[in-house]
Design a protein. Structure first.
Length: 473
């Protein structure tokens, strides 16, 4: 009887899971495994919270089908070898990851297991196209989104889906792993109430979120996606990051929706949303081909950018949502409370940090990766470098978001800022995005930490020093 190990990573689902399907097709016994690496600094506190609940959900889904999830801790190669010895497994299956550290680790594990005589097969569960499948005519990677988007669409997407298996082979009773609680993924101080009320980690939660999005927000997405005061986007990002739902499933569902409803407006909204999903592909494409960009600017001229060095107090105020700039503080408090922040507000908050405050973008990226439930090295790196002006397709250096006009445009009644900043409840709409100008500024809300005009000039001067056109590669 052939036995295979199925190593779950960021593919925590049973539907449309190529590694699971391959394992079942080639082996009679399949042992689902998750390996926690306690010394791995990769995941922030909010992600670890999500991971705990997602693993619990996956285990429950496996048990409903007659199997269960084996949890082990330690370096993956050691854990896999130990289990191979204990179970007599001859094959190991997993779905690929694209973060530089994971790519390097997978290569080592694959080579070592093959040297041991074990068959290893990896698949793509996370992307519509592999990072190496969409390349320019000269076989180099894209650095401009629209060109990437056009090429990806021209290539097309393989949208064949597979259902979750209805039954799975049981695990040997003697095979034991760690208890989920022993992985200590949950916070010791219970700050996670907001996360618990906002999210349902796991595959069922992902499907529920998709259904709600198709019913309530796909139609009108183009109009609403920039409005943090409305629920105009899918909020599928953490589910996508943990692989609880596949982008193929999302694309198929959206295409089915537009085909059945036959509405030109809906078609445009769907196109706009799929474009965002392909931004995610582009982010993975960039990180895969330029792995150093997780820490360093893609545009090498920015390596010596004159960031401030005495920024500790400003960074702390930004993190706490106490900059005195309402749209930024509301976003930072939404992030702290729910583990998520609206995309438009992420851009404005990142612009204040990297441009008005001249704090290195890596500091902001680190904070996001610790506090976001959707923290994703590829998307976070792309987002921060885009705003800071040093990445692919980056915002031009002179585009410095004015948080007051952005707030007035995208949160016109101030509903969003008042939701997260009760201190502003009584400030009239006209001043809610700039309370320091109100006839009676609110007593419990701080004045702005930076003068927006002067800090803009300072940023322009710093950026001007390196603004000579970058060579387009
Ligand atoms: C500074 C900054 C940091 C960011 N950090 C992250 C991060 O760590 N993880 C993360 O998933 N996204 C990140 N983003 C991108 C974006 O803000 C989120 O993906 C989006 O807000 C998620 O909400 P949603 O699922 O409702 O998005 P929707 O609008 O419903 O979009 C659907 C999906 O497309 C993808 N997507 C949407 N916008 C982008 C984008 N600009 N770049 C890449 N993929 C995108 C996401 O997977 C998203 O779930 C960041 C953006 C900025 C400006």
């Amino acid at each position: 009887m052939t036995t295979a190990l199925l190593w779950f990573r960021r593919d925590l689902r049973l539907t449309d899971n190529p590694a699971l399907n391959a394992a079942l097709a080639h082996s009679e016994k399949v042992i689902p495994l998750y390996v926690d690496m306690p010394e791995d600094p990769g995941e922030g506190a909010a992600s670890r919270w999500w991971l705990h609940h997602s693993l619990a959900a996956l285990d429950a889904d496996l048990r409903r089908r007659g199997s269960r999830l084996l949890l082990r801790q330690g370096p993956p190669l050691e854990v896999l070898r130990e289990l191979i010895k204990a179970t007599g497994a001859r094959q190991v299956y997993w779905n690929r990851r694209y973060e530089p550290a994971a790519v390097a680790q997978d290569r080592i594990v694959k080579d070592a297991l093959r040297n041991d005589g074990i068959a290893v097969a990896d698949s793509n569960a996370a992307l519509l196209n592999e990072p190496w499948q969409v390349l320019k005519a000269d076989a180099t990677p894209y650095r401009v989104f629209t060109a990437y988007w056009n090429a990806a669409r021209k290539r097309g997407f393989d949208l064949a889906l597979t259902a979750a298996p209805s039954a799975l082979p049981p695990l040997p009773a003697a095979l034991h792993g760690n208890a989920l609680d022993a992985l200590a993924l949950l916070p010791r101080v219970p700050w996670d109430q907001g996360l618990r009320t906002h999210w349902q980690p796991g595959e069922n939660g992902a499907h529920a979120r998709l259904a709600a999005f198709l019913d309530e927000a796909l139609s009108g997405y183009g109009r609403e996606r920039d409005r943090p005061d409305h629920a105009g986007t899918s909020r599928l990002s953490p589910h996508l990051h943990f692989g609880e739902i596949s982008p193929r499933r999302l694309m198929t569902a959206v295409e089915h929706c537009t085909a059945t409803r036959r509405d030109a407006g809906l078609l445009q909204d769907a196109e706009g949303w799929l474009r965002q999903l392909v931004w995610r592909e582009f982010a993975h494409h960039l990180l895969y081909h330029y792995p150093h960009t997780a820490h360093e600017p893609l545009d090498a001229r920015y390596a010596h950018f004159p960031w401030r060095s005495d920024y500790g107090a400003d960074l702390a105020a930004w993190q706490r949502g106490a900059t005195g700039i309402p749209i930024v503080d509301a976003g930072m408090r939404e992030l702290w409370h729910t583990g998520w922040m609206h995309n438009r507000v992420r851009m404005i908050a990142a612009s204040l940090l990297s441009k008005n405050l001249l704090i290195p973008w890596q500091e902001g990226a680190r904070w996001f990766s610790d506090t976001l439930v959707d923290a994703d090295l590829a998307n976070n790196t792309l987002g921060w470098q885009w705003v800071a002006g040093c990445g692919a397709d980056a915002a031009p250096y002179f585009r410095i978001f004015n948080p007051v006009t952005q707030g007035e445009k995208f949160d016109p009644q101030g509903d969003y800022v008042r939701r997260w900043l009760p201190e502003l409840a009584a400030v009239p709409d006209k001043y809610v995005q700039q309370p320091w100008n109100a006839p009676q500024p609110p007593a419990r809300y701080p004045p702005p930490r930076v003068d927006l005009k002067a800090s803009r000039e300072r940023a322009l001067a710093a950026y001007a020093a390196i603004k000579d056109p970058a060579p387009r590669l």
